[in-house]
Each structure stands twice: as C-alpha cells, then as structure tokens.
Write a protein that binds this ligand. Structure first.
Ligand code: FES
Ligand SMILES: [Fe+2]
Length: 491
C-alpha cells in the first residue's frame, strides 16, 4: 500500500525569496547531523492499533501514526499547531475521518489540513483555516511486509526513486510476506543497538539458556567485513550455537536493517534473521524483529509448504527418494511454537531483549563518559569476531552522525526493564491479552465471593481454592507484560 504525497505538504512553505523553508519536524531534520535519506521504518501495522493515534519517534522528533477510513496509514508531526499538544493524545473521529486534538478539539484531515477550530467564529475560522500555520505536516507512507515506512525528509521523495537501497522492498528483501513482528523500544542508542545486532560473539553469553549456552562459545572465524560504501557491510563468519556449528553471512543494509542467512553443519536447518534498528532519540532506539508466521496465516503457510515439498519430491526418482528418506516431521518445539498466540511469543521476545538490555545501557554511558574521540578507540578488540564492530564504527563515522548528548543513566531496575512502556503499551496483541486478564480476574473474583458464600459445601471450598490459584496465576502472567528484571548471575 502506498500513500503518495498529500495534495499539499502543509509544513513546507516558501519564504519571500522563494527558497524552501520548513517548520516543525522537517526543519529539525533539515538541520540534523548527517544521516542517509531513505524511507524510514517507524513501526509495524501488525502491532499498531489502527484506531488509536500512536506516537512514534525518529532522530528525536515525535510523529503520530493512525489508519484513516480509506485504510491508508497516516503519519504526521505529533504537535497540534494551536499550542503544540501531542495529537497522539487525541482521537480519530471516524465520522469525519479526522484526527482531533485532545486539548481544544482542533481537527485535521489526512493531509494535515486543519478542518475545524471549535472556538473561532465563522469569520475567524474561515480566515484561519486558510493559513499554513493551522496545518500539521503529513508525510507520504508505505507499508511493506507489515512495516510502516514514512518519507520524513524535507526534500521530495522522488530524489531517491533510483536508489534501490533507499526503498522498503530492498531493506526487507528475503522477509516472508506473512512473517509476524515484535517491536521494542530500548534504553540505549541506535549505534549501540547496531553494534549488538551485528555481533554474533555475544550470543552464547548474553542469551545463555535462551539461544544456546555459554559452552557454545568458540573462537569465531570471521573474515574481514566487505564495505559496501554508504549501502553498508557484508561479513561472513562461522560459530557454534545450540551445540551446532553454523556458517552465516551477515548484511548491514544501511542505515536500518541487519539480515542474516546461515546453515548448520550436518543439518537441513537454515538460519534467517532480519532486524530493523531505528534511531528514535538520544540514548534510545527501536528494534523490529521478524519472527514466526502470523497465526492467521499459519495453516495456509503449512499447506503451501507441504505442497511445495510434495511438488519437489514428486520430481525425484525412486532411488533418490529412498536416499532422502521419509519427509521430516516438525520438531516438538516447532509444533508448540506454531500453537502459541502472538502475545506469548512477545513475552518470550521481551525476555530475550531483556537479557542484554542492562549492560548495553551502562556500556553506552561509560563509553560516552570516557569521551574517546572515536568510540572504537575506547574498546580493546583483539578477536577476529570484533572486526565487524570496527567496520561498523567506521561506517557510522562516515555516514551517520547521530551521537547527541545522552540522557542521564536510568536509576532503577524497574525503569530500566519497563516492558510496559517499551513494548506492551504500543502492541495491540499484548493489550488484548492484558484486557483478557482483567476480564478473567473479574470472573474469578465473582466466583470467589460466591464460593465464600457457600463455604459450608466442600465443593465450594475446593472451587474457591481454584479461584485463588487462578488469580495468582493471572497476576504472575500480567506482571510479565509490565516489568521483569534479568539477572545473569541467576542463569
Ligand atoms: S493545543 Fe490542540 S487544540 Fe489547542
Ligand atoms: Fe506484544
């Protein structure tokens, strides 16, 4: 789906000398330090609630995203032109198909044009609605493989039509159309996130027990990364994970995507991973990880996969089929995984991201405090697996200057591991699960009261205990949507 340039881009106005001038977020991005101008992946339509204006950020600027009545995704500056209240605190009025500011009720159509100033007389409103100052900047959007992209830069997006690296389809090449996503806002910057995602050597330790084990660690064989210039990096390596040797190719598709393709020694299993990394604000970044197939597409996918395997097998000769053996059955883990609802997969993903969250937050603070002129010079990186970090830091120095002052370190573990703000609040699947928990809590409380009223019967007492157990379980699950510390010394 492609939402082209609105009939007007209200924030772009012309000065007396007719040189283009910009307001709001466009002005900030026009003055921003060097950064590649491409489509920007802000969020995923798989997780966004289409009826709710959701705040999203890029390079320290706030935007609001929602879906209009035509099914198109709209991205605007998240500031009402009246007195700058965030539009993401407002609502989408489905009768008028406008976003309405929660403060004084000004409302705007999808192009950002102000359509109503409730407090103004007809004459004042008629004059004011014509002013560009009453408009909000609204940006072209595209949805590619569930990812919502926006063109946020001051110049026309036609400037990059010939640049494949700037296009969403190039960034997400290899991702299945039906893949589900998991999005998390992380309390460390984009450069720290990229450094972590391109680094295979941390997996056995940082994700011990979640993906492989500490005993998987071996000397990683990594060749010198190949520079693709502004387009990124290519790196090859051999490592071990979950007890299996693995050969992989990693790609940094600058500036936002890291993609891996690999195979395991002596196993038909393949390894594919695509991760989006977005600079949201100083000391903060957003990651979008592509996971399993969306629940609603799993059956069709399994059937298509079976049909493809059957088609390939039908072409083989009998001896070749005998050599191949019977069709492999999915593992128990794969079977269980295929039954899980999205919120349960997201809880697992939360745990995975928690496991390197704290040390990355403080590592970044220390790196900045030491004030090394070049971040990589503050590190001691003798192993071949560190080559990719050196190459990435070189790329950042050359093409993306986004290292602004960091906010102060986060003081409490609860704030550091605040899953609610970092994921749950903006994920419709997890929000639905939390609402379901609230409904069940109400039912169990009613059940408990009824059981107490009939406590003279042994069956009621038994049922009461079951209600109490259910309430305890709901509390434990709900806590996982809110906050959960991660302690490596306990794993
Ligand atoms: S700040 Fe939005 S209507 Fe007043
Ligand atoms: Fe979620």
């Amino acid at each position: 789906m492609f939402r082209p340039l609105p009939h007007r881009v209200p924030a772009a106005i012309s000065s007396a000398a007719s040189a283009p001038a910009f307001t709001g977020n466009q002005a900030a991005l026009a003055a921003a330090p060097q950064f590649p101008h491409t489509w920007v992946p802000l969020a995923t339509t798989y997780e966004l609630d289409p009826d709710r204006p959701t705040p999203v950020s890029f390079l320290g600027q706030r935007y609001v995203a929602y879906r209009n009545n035509d099914g198109e995704w709209v991205v605007m500056d998240d500031a009402c032109p009246h007195r700058l209240a965030p539009l993401s605190e407002g609502r989408v009025d489905r009768e008028t198909d406008r976003i309405e500011c929660a403060y004084h009720g000004w409302s705007f159509d999808s192009s950002g044009q102000c359509a109503r100033i409730p407090q103004a007389t007809d004459a004042v409103a008629a004059a004011s609605l014509q002013s560009t100052r009453a408009c909000v900047a609204s940006y072209p959007t595209r949805v590619e493989k569930s990812v919502l992209f926006a063109w946020l830069w001051p110049e026309d997006l036609l400037t990059v039509v010939a640049d494949p690296a700037a296009q969403p389809e190039t960034m997400l090449a290899g991702v299945d159309l039906d893949t589900s996503t998991y999005t998390r806002d992380l309390p460390y910057g984009w450069d720290t996130l990229l450094e972590n995602i391109v680094d295979p050597s941390h997996i056995p330790f940082a994700h011990h027990g979640l993906q492989g084990k500490r005993t998987d660690a071996i000397a990683i064989n990594m060749s010198a990364p190949e520079s693709l210039g502004a387009a990124g990096l290519l790196f090859e390596f051999g490592d071990r994970t979950m007890g299996m040797r693995r050969s992989s190719i990693g790609e940094f598709r600058a500036p936002f995507v890291v993609a891996y393709n690999g195979s395991f020694e002596g196993s038909p299993k393949m390894f594919n991973l695509t991760v989006v990394c977005l600079p949201t604000a100083p000391g903060w970044s957003r990651t979008i990880i592509f996971g399993g197939i969306k629940p609603e597409a799993r059956v069709a996918h399994a059937k298509a996969g079976d049909a493809e395997v059957a088609r390939q097998r039908s072409r083989l000769s009998v001896p070749a089929l005998q050599k191949l053996g019977p069709k492999p059955k999915p593992s128990l883990f794969a079977k269980i995984f295929s039954l899980l609802p999205t919120w349960a997969i997201h809880l697992g993903s939360n745990r995975f991201l928690d496991s390197d969250l704290a040390f990355l937050h403080f590592q970044e603070q220390t790196l900045r405090q030491r004030g090394a002129p070049k971040p990589a010079s503050a590190y001691f990186m003798p192993a071949p697996s560190d080559r990719v970090i050196v190459a990435l830091r070189r790329w950042l120095e050359q093409y993306a200057h986004v290292l602004g002052p960091l906010p102060p370190p986060i003081q409490t573990r609860a704030a550091l591991f605040d899953r609610w703000t970092q994921h749950t609040a903006h994920c419709r699947h997890c929000q639905t699960a939390v609402a379901g928990i609230a409904r069940w809590r109400k039912r169990l409380n009613v059940g408990l009261v009824l059981c107490l009223a009939a406590a003279s019967h042994w069956a009621a007492r038994l049922l009461g205990v079951a209600c109490l157990g259910g309430l305890g379980l709901l509390g434990l699950v709900e806590q996982q949507f809110r906050v959960s510390d991660y302690k490596h010394y306990q794993t």
